[in-house]
Design a protein around this ligand. Structure first.
Ligand SMILES: [Zn+2]
Length: 303
Protein backbone atom coordinates (compact mmCIF):
# COMPACT_ATOMS: atom_id res chain seq x y z
CA UNK A 1 0.00 0.00 0.00
CA UNK A 2 1.28 3.46 -0.80
CA UNK A 3 1.50 6.13 1.87
CA UNK A 4 -1.81 7.76 2.89
CA UNK A 5 -2.24 11.30 1.62
CA UNK A 6 -4.62 14.19 1.52
CA UNK A 7 -4.84 16.73 -1.28
CA UNK A 8 -6.70 20.03 -1.42
CA UNK A 9 -7.66 21.68 -4.70
CA UNK A 10 -9.57 24.81 -5.70
CA UNK A 11 -11.06 25.89 -9.03
CA UNK A 12 -9.14 28.85 -10.45
CA UNK A 13 -12.30 31.01 -10.20
CA UNK A 14 -12.31 30.30 -6.43
CA UNK A 15 -15.86 28.92 -6.49
CA UNK A 16 -15.28 25.31 -5.47
CA UNK A 17 -12.84 23.61 -3.10
CA UNK A 18 -12.30 19.90 -2.75
CA UNK A 19 -10.21 17.78 -0.39
CA UNK A 20 -9.62 14.13 -1.17
CA UNK A 21 -7.84 11.58 0.99
CA UNK A 22 -6.64 8.03 0.70
CA UNK A 23 -6.74 6.45 4.17
CA UNK A 24 -6.17 2.75 3.43
CA UNK A 25 -3.23 2.40 5.85
CA UNK A 26 -4.91 4.47 8.57
CA UNK A 27 -8.07 2.36 8.50
CA UNK A 28 -6.07 -0.88 8.22
CA UNK A 29 -4.14 0.16 11.37
CA UNK A 30 -7.34 1.17 13.19
CA UNK A 31 -8.99 -2.16 12.34
CA UNK A 32 -5.95 -4.05 13.70
CA UNK A 33 -5.73 -2.00 16.91
CA UNK A 34 -9.43 -2.32 17.70
CA UNK A 35 -10.01 -5.83 16.23
CA UNK A 36 -13.04 -4.55 14.39
CA UNK A 37 -15.85 -6.55 12.83
CA UNK A 38 -16.54 -5.57 9.19
CA UNK A 39 -19.26 -3.08 10.08
CA UNK A 40 -17.13 -1.51 12.84
CA UNK A 41 -14.21 -1.16 10.39
CA UNK A 42 -16.49 0.48 7.82
CA UNK A 43 -18.08 2.92 10.29
CA UNK A 44 -14.83 3.83 12.05
CA UNK A 45 -12.96 4.02 8.73
CA UNK A 46 -15.46 6.41 7.21
CA UNK A 47 -15.45 8.62 10.30
CA UNK A 48 -11.62 8.63 10.49
CA UNK A 49 -11.47 9.65 6.82
CA UNK A 50 -14.03 12.45 7.18
CA UNK A 51 -12.33 13.65 10.36
CA UNK A 52 -8.88 13.71 8.73
CA UNK A 53 -10.20 15.79 5.82
CA UNK A 54 -11.95 18.22 8.20
CA UNK A 55 -8.85 18.37 10.43
CA UNK A 56 -6.62 19.31 7.50
CA UNK A 57 -8.95 22.28 6.85
CA UNK A 58 -8.06 23.80 10.23
CA UNK A 59 -5.72 26.72 9.81
CA UNK A 60 -4.35 26.97 13.36
CA UNK A 61 -1.35 24.72 13.96
CA UNK A 62 -2.40 23.44 17.40
CA UNK A 63 -6.08 23.03 16.54
CA UNK A 64 -7.87 19.70 16.61
CA UNK A 65 -11.28 18.39 15.64
CA UNK A 66 -13.34 15.63 17.24
CA UNK A 67 -16.24 13.91 15.49
CA UNK A 68 -18.52 11.83 17.65
CA UNK A 69 -21.44 9.83 16.26
CA UNK A 70 -24.00 8.89 18.89
CA UNK A 71 -26.76 6.80 17.33
CA UNK A 72 -29.93 5.98 19.23
CA UNK A 73 -29.94 2.32 20.37
CA UNK A 74 -26.70 1.95 18.43
CA UNK A 75 -25.28 -1.57 18.19
CA UNK A 76 -21.83 -0.04 17.64
CA UNK A 77 -22.13 2.43 20.49
CA UNK A 78 -20.41 5.79 20.04
CA UNK A 79 -17.94 6.13 17.16
CA UNK A 80 -15.23 8.72 17.79
CA UNK A 81 -12.45 10.22 15.68
CA UNK A 82 -9.96 12.99 16.46
CA UNK A 83 -7.73 14.76 13.94
CA UNK A 84 -5.01 17.34 14.27
CA UNK A 85 -4.62 20.20 11.79
CA UNK A 86 -2.29 18.08 9.63
CA UNK A 87 -4.96 15.44 9.07
CA UNK A 88 -3.36 12.86 11.38
CA UNK A 89 -6.16 10.91 13.05
CA UNK A 90 -7.02 8.44 15.76
CA UNK A 91 -10.33 6.97 16.83
CA UNK A 92 -12.30 4.16 18.40
CA UNK A 93 -15.69 2.57 18.46
CA UNK A 94 -17.36 1.48 21.70
CA UNK A 95 -18.40 -1.98 20.47
CA UNK A 96 -15.82 -2.98 17.84
CA UNK A 97 -17.11 -6.58 17.69
CA UNK A 98 -20.57 -5.45 16.60
CA UNK A 99 -22.46 -7.96 14.40
CA UNK A 100 -22.34 -7.12 10.67
CA UNK A 101 -25.43 -7.04 8.47
CA UNK A 102 -25.46 -6.48 4.71
CA UNK A 103 -27.77 -4.80 2.25
CA UNK A 104 -29.19 -6.95 -0.58
CA UNK A 105 -26.50 -5.56 -2.94
CA UNK A 106 -23.77 -6.95 -0.67
CA UNK A 107 -22.76 -3.60 0.84
CA UNK A 108 -22.28 -3.41 4.61
CA UNK A 109 -25.28 -1.91 6.40
CA UNK A 110 -23.43 0.77 8.36
CA UNK A 111 -26.51 2.89 9.08
CA UNK A 112 -28.29 0.11 10.95
CA UNK A 113 -25.32 -0.55 13.26
CA UNK A 114 -24.63 3.17 13.82
CA UNK A 115 -28.33 3.97 14.33
CA UNK A 116 -30.54 5.76 11.80
CA UNK A 117 -31.35 8.47 14.32
CA UNK A 118 -29.14 10.17 16.87
CA UNK A 119 -26.59 12.98 16.67
CA UNK A 120 -23.28 13.88 15.09
CA UNK A 121 -21.18 16.11 17.33
CA UNK A 122 -18.39 18.21 15.87
CA UNK A 123 -15.97 19.84 18.29
CA UNK A 124 -13.24 22.16 17.05
CA UNK A 125 -10.60 22.99 19.62
CA UNK A 126 -8.35 25.91 18.74
CA UNK A 127 -6.29 25.45 21.88
CA UNK A 128 -7.93 28.43 23.57
CA UNK A 129 -9.75 26.27 26.13
CA UNK A 130 -13.14 27.15 24.64
CA UNK A 131 -13.96 24.63 21.94
CA UNK A 132 -16.50 25.39 19.24
CA UNK A 133 -19.21 22.72 19.32
CA UNK A 134 -21.73 21.95 16.59
CA UNK A 135 -24.36 19.24 16.51
CA UNK A 136 -26.76 17.88 13.90
CA UNK A 137 -29.28 15.03 13.92
CA UNK A 138 -28.12 11.97 11.98
CA UNK A 139 -29.62 11.70 8.49
CA UNK A 140 -28.92 8.02 7.81
CA UNK A 141 -26.09 6.88 10.08
CA UNK A 142 -24.04 6.16 6.94
CA UNK A 143 -21.56 8.90 8.06
CA UNK A 144 -20.89 10.69 4.73
CA UNK A 145 -24.50 11.91 4.47
CA UNK A 146 -24.37 12.95 8.11
CA UNK A 147 -21.22 15.05 7.54
CA UNK A 148 -22.85 16.59 4.43
CA UNK A 149 -25.85 17.54 6.54
CA UNK A 150 -23.61 19.00 9.25
CA UNK A 151 -22.02 21.43 6.79
CA UNK A 152 -25.34 22.28 5.15
CA UNK A 153 -27.32 22.96 8.32
CA UNK A 154 -24.76 23.93 10.94
CA UNK A 155 -22.32 25.92 8.77
CA UNK A 156 -24.49 26.78 5.74
CA UNK A 157 -21.84 25.50 3.34
CA UNK A 158 -23.24 23.47 0.41
CA UNK A 159 -21.19 20.28 0.61
CA UNK A 160 -20.85 16.90 -1.04
CA UNK A 161 -19.12 14.24 1.06
CA UNK A 162 -18.31 10.71 -0.07
CA UNK A 163 -16.50 8.16 2.11
CA UNK A 164 -15.77 4.50 1.52
CA UNK A 165 -14.00 1.49 3.00
CA UNK A 166 -13.42 -1.66 0.96
CA UNK A 167 -12.84 -4.92 2.82
CA UNK A 168 -11.60 -8.26 1.53
CA UNK A 169 -14.65 -10.49 0.93
CA UNK A 170 -13.36 -13.42 3.00
CA UNK A 171 -10.68 -12.17 5.39
CA UNK A 172 -12.46 -8.83 6.02
CA UNK A 173 -9.06 -7.14 5.95
CA UNK A 174 -9.13 -3.46 5.00
CA UNK A 175 -8.04 -3.18 1.34
CA UNK A 176 -8.85 0.42 0.46
CA UNK A 177 -10.29 3.46 2.13
CA UNK A 178 -10.76 7.05 1.12
CA UNK A 179 -13.09 9.94 0.62
CA UNK A 180 -13.61 13.47 -0.53
CA UNK A 181 -15.32 16.62 0.67
CA UNK A 182 -16.37 19.14 -1.98
CA UNK A 183 -17.63 22.56 -0.96
CA UNK A 184 -19.14 25.50 -2.81
CA UNK A 185 -17.81 28.90 -1.84
CA UNK A 186 -19.92 32.07 -1.95
CA UNK A 187 -18.67 32.80 -5.51
CA UNK A 188 -20.39 29.71 -6.95
CA UNK A 189 -23.14 30.63 -9.47
CA UNK A 190 -25.90 28.39 -10.84
CA UNK A 191 -23.90 27.23 -13.86
CA UNK A 192 -21.08 26.12 -11.54
CA UNK A 193 -23.58 24.25 -9.38
CA UNK A 194 -25.07 22.55 -12.48
CA UNK A 195 -21.65 21.43 -13.70
CA UNK A 196 -20.67 20.10 -10.26
CA UNK A 197 -23.95 18.21 -9.90
CA UNK A 198 -23.45 16.52 -13.28
CA UNK A 199 -19.85 15.61 -12.37
CA UNK A 200 -20.85 14.16 -9.01
CA UNK A 201 -23.61 12.07 -10.61
CA UNK A 202 -21.04 10.48 -12.90
CA UNK A 203 -18.55 9.65 -10.11
CA UNK A 204 -18.19 6.05 -9.02
CA UNK A 205 -17.78 5.15 -5.33
CA UNK A 206 -14.40 6.34 -3.94
CA UNK A 207 -13.02 2.84 -3.35
CA UNK A 208 -14.01 1.83 -6.91
CA UNK A 209 -12.02 4.80 -8.25
CA UNK A 210 -9.03 3.96 -6.02
CA UNK A 211 -9.22 0.28 -7.05
CA UNK A 212 -9.00 1.37 -10.71
CA UNK A 213 -5.72 3.05 -9.88
CA UNK A 214 -7.03 6.62 -9.79
CA UNK A 215 -5.00 8.90 -7.52
CA UNK A 216 -6.65 11.36 -5.13
CA UNK A 217 -5.70 14.11 -7.63
CA UNK A 218 -7.52 12.16 -10.38
CA UNK A 219 -10.60 12.02 -8.14
CA UNK A 220 -10.47 15.80 -7.60
CA UNK A 221 -10.08 16.32 -11.37
CA UNK A 222 -13.09 14.09 -12.08
CA UNK A 223 -15.25 15.95 -9.55
CA UNK A 224 -14.10 19.28 -11.03
CA UNK A 225 -14.28 18.22 -14.70
CA UNK A 226 -14.68 21.30 -16.90
CA UNK A 227 -12.96 23.62 -14.41
CA UNK A 228 -9.39 24.80 -14.24
CA UNK A 229 -7.96 23.20 -11.08
CA UNK A 230 -5.18 24.45 -8.80
CA UNK A 231 -3.59 22.25 -6.13
CA UNK A 232 -3.47 24.09 -2.78
CA UNK A 233 -1.45 21.47 -0.93
CA UNK A 234 -0.81 17.78 -0.55
CA UNK A 235 0.38 16.11 2.64
CA UNK A 236 1.00 12.67 4.13
CA UNK A 237 -1.40 11.53 6.85
CA UNK A 238 -1.24 8.68 9.36
CA UNK A 239 -2.96 7.01 12.31
CA UNK A 240 -1.17 8.74 15.17
CA UNK A 241 -2.06 8.55 18.85
CA UNK A 242 -1.05 11.47 21.02
CA UNK A 243 -1.12 9.59 24.32
CA UNK A 244 1.85 9.66 26.71
CA UNK A 245 2.71 8.63 30.25
CA UNK A 246 2.58 12.32 31.26
CA UNK A 247 -1.02 12.60 30.03
CA UNK A 248 -2.02 9.49 31.98
CA UNK A 249 -0.31 10.92 35.08
CA UNK A 250 -2.34 14.10 34.65
CA UNK A 251 -5.52 12.03 34.43
CA UNK A 252 -4.57 10.26 37.69
CA UNK A 253 -3.91 13.62 39.32
CA UNK A 254 -7.48 14.73 38.62
CA UNK A 255 -8.46 12.17 41.29
CA UNK A 256 -8.18 12.59 45.06
CA UNK A 257 -5.20 11.09 46.95
CA UNK A 258 -7.42 8.30 48.29
CA UNK A 259 -8.88 7.52 44.85
CA UNK A 260 -5.41 7.34 43.33
CA UNK A 261 -4.37 4.85 46.04
CA UNK A 262 -7.65 2.92 45.57
CA UNK A 263 -6.96 2.52 41.83
CA UNK A 264 -4.11 0.10 42.62
CA UNK A 265 -4.96 -3.62 42.58
CA UNK A 266 -4.08 -6.18 45.27
CA UNK A 267 -0.56 -6.40 43.89
CA UNK A 268 -0.17 -2.65 44.21
CA UNK A 269 -0.35 -1.78 40.50
CA UNK A 270 -2.61 0.63 38.71
CA UNK A 271 -3.20 0.35 34.97
CA UNK A 272 -4.74 2.71 32.48
CA UNK A 273 -5.10 1.89 28.81
CA UNK A 274 -5.49 4.35 25.95
CA UNK A 275 -8.85 4.15 24.12
CA UNK A 276 -7.22 5.16 20.84
CA UNK A 277 -4.22 2.82 20.62
CA UNK A 278 -4.80 0.31 23.47
CA UNK A 279 -1.38 1.06 24.93
CA UNK A 280 -1.31 0.11 28.61
CA UNK A 281 0.34 2.41 31.15
CA UNK A 282 1.28 0.69 34.39
CA UNK A 283 2.07 2.42 37.67
CA UNK A 284 3.48 0.71 40.76
CA UNK A 285 2.21 1.62 44.20
CA UNK A 286 5.43 3.48 44.80
CA UNK A 287 5.04 5.49 41.57
CA UNK A 288 1.50 6.42 42.59
CA UNK A 289 2.76 7.60 45.98
CA UNK A 290 5.46 9.65 44.23
CA UNK A 291 2.81 11.26 42.02
CA UNK A 292 0.75 12.18 45.09
CA UNK A 293 3.82 13.49 46.95
CA UNK A 294 4.90 15.55 43.94
CA UNK A 295 1.43 17.06 43.55
CA UNK A 296 1.25 17.97 47.23
CA UNK A 297 4.67 19.62 47.18
CA UNK A 298 3.76 21.49 43.94
CA UNK A 299 0.60 22.76 45.62
CA UNK A 300 2.60 24.02 48.59
CA UNK A 301 5.07 25.92 46.48
CA UNK A 302 2.32 27.51 44.36
CA UNK A 303 0.41 28.81 47.39
ZN1 LIG B 1 -2.80 6.08 22.69
Amino acid sequence: MSEDKIIRCITSDGAVVISAAETSNIVFKASRIHRTSPVAAAALGRLLTGCSIMGAQLKQKDASITLRVNGDNSELGAVIAVSDSSGNVRGYVQNPGCHTEYYDNGKINVGKAVGRTGVLNVMRDYGTGEPYIGMVPLVSGEIAEDITSYFGTSEQIPTVCALGVLLHKETHEVLLSGGFLLQLLPGADSSTIDKIEKNIEKLEPVTTMLAKGMSIKDICDAALDGFEVEVLDEMPIDYICACSREKVERAFLSLSDDDIRASADELGHAEASCHFCNKVYRFSKQELEELIAKRNSDNETSE
